[in-house]
Design a protein around this ligand. Sequence first.
Ligand code: FES
Ligand SMILES: [Fe+2]
Length: 380
Amino acid sequence: MNKPAHPLMLELQEGFAGVRKDLSQARHLPGIVYTSDEIAALEKDRIFMKSWLCVGRVEELANPGDYMALRIVNEPIVVARDDDGKIVAYMNMCLHRGVEVAFGQGNARSFRCPYHAWNFDVGGNLIAAPWMKESGHDMSGSQLPRLKSAEWRGWIFVNFDADPEPFESYIAAYDKELWYYRTGDCKLAHKLVIDVNCNWKFITENLLDWYHASTVHAGTFGRYYKLGRDKLPAKLLPRGGSSIEFDAKSRSNDPNLPFPKLPWLADHDVFSAKGAIFPNINFWSGSDSLRMWHLWPTATDKTRAVCYILLPETSFATPDFDAKMKQYTSYVEAVATEDRAALESLQRGVSSPRYQPGVMSQLEVMVHHLMNHYVDALQT
Ligand code: FES
Ligand SMILES: [Fe+2]
């Protein structure tokens, strides 16, 4: 028997029907999906707790004992390289009363719960529980609850679902299309963290929105983009994903490009590409570097955007590397600052009871595709 639809979903049907129309007739998502705490809870349950989520790079956990304590959609987790050199993920939630046992990032032999001092190894196995022998519990073999994890092109993914779709079948379509996104041949050069006062979906959409580039980004890369074309050569991938390769001639010739050309783009004079993997990943390849954005909701109207900047090993030997990376990150920050004003204004707009979703441009084809999958995912 089908489970009964959530009452909010029934209320939203008209708005969702607008999103589902052909792009030429479609409207944007109803405002409530960006403002409602109830929708945010449904998203957590139906999207984030079921999806493969990218939580970091393998080189962030280079040695046994390396770990990162993260809060993913407010769920405390640890990702670590255990004593056998394997990457593992588990809930950061003491087996006694649920207190977090690991903090920050670093290298450790074990974690000691700060509440009653139960001890866990970096693989998440209980190794000691003071004064518990006397109470007669057999705790041998106890482990912090494990999460499924997988690696792809140097990225670490986790899944909160106990029985998720196998990672290999989930990633297959992306793996084939993203030939240029060779992050397995790169290393993390820098990580930027930016907090924005808007719902996480606004940023996932904005990063695929070609329509705004020449206005919002007139001060940075927008001047390189000509908006004469009315159709984007985008490839629409399964589950709301997308990919687009385009001409970025002016930017490739920009003397400000700090790093050498990516070796696998030797035959490409003017290459740039960008795309998305649902729910919260946006990636980009330029001529000299790769970037991946992760968008994490921290509240219904707040998002933490994490930008991983990657370079091939050879580029780390670029003269004046630190100064060039500083110049590079200031550029990324300048672009993000241009977006911030629009994103925070969008949030104020949808918060008004007078807000009505508008129609879409052909330049919003990737946004439309993403929204359609979102509507599906929210209702399953
Ligand atoms: S909550 Fe961790 S030892 Fe009690
Ligand atoms: Fe932008």
